[in-house]
Design a protein around this ligand. Structure first.
Ligand SMILES: [Zn+2]
Ligand SMILES: [Zn+2]
Length: 179
């Protein structure tokens, strides 16, 4: 899991850093984003005067259909995450701290745990390519019959073979008798 107990680090002098290897396989990103590789990398936690600064460099891969030919494409993804997390509980007294002054800040939970799942999920979602291609020059699918034009570059339709009804219409327009 991408959660870290930082109670010890909070007691360390500012400037203290720790790093943790990441090998995460269970993180759900989104319904339409399928990871096909573990999230690998490193998380570094840094004690500042008032907080824990977390930075992470992570790599994974996602699977999506090519936007032209619908073939399955695997795309590598690299993300950098940087989050500052403030305590929500005073380490010595156990008292809840006033969090209303910085309501938007990421907070450590009541057990002094830092949760990076959400920031990592967000970073991976944003890194997802908008229109993925299986290759830059993908020819896509035939707009008439759906044939894969990468597999059949010579594929084409003779005009009259499109649809018999359209062919009849073309004849009628040309002033020829039907049938
Ligand atoms: Zn394609
Ligand atoms: Zn076709």
């Amino acid at each position: 899991m991408l959660s870290y107990n930082v109670a010890g680090l909070l007691r360390a002098t500012p400037g203290t850093a720790r790093s943790y290897p990441v090998h995460e396989t269970g993180l759900e990103i989104a319904e339409d984003v399928q990871l096909v590789a573990p999230i690998d990398g490193e998380v570094r936690l840094f004690r500042t005067g008032r907080s824990i600064l977390a930075t992470a460099e992570l790599a994974t891969a996602i699977e999506e259909p090519c936007s032209r030919c619908l073939a399955t494409v695997v795309a590598p993804i690299r993300v950098k995450v940087e989050e500052e997390a403030l305590p929500s509980i005073d380490l010595d007294s156990g008292q809840r701290l006033d969090t209303s002054t910085e309501p938007e800040a990421l907070r450590l939970d009541e057990h002094h745990e830092l949760h990076l799942e959400e920031p990592v999920r967000e970073a991976i979602s944003l890194a997802e390519p908008i229109a993925m291609l299986c290759r830059p020059d993908c020819r896509g699918l035939c707009t008439i019959c759906g044939a894969d034009l990468n597999a059949n570059p010579a594929h084409r339709h003779d005009d009259e073979a499109i649809d018999p009804r359209l062919a009849a219409l073309a004849q009628w327009r040309a002033g020829e008798p039907l049938g």
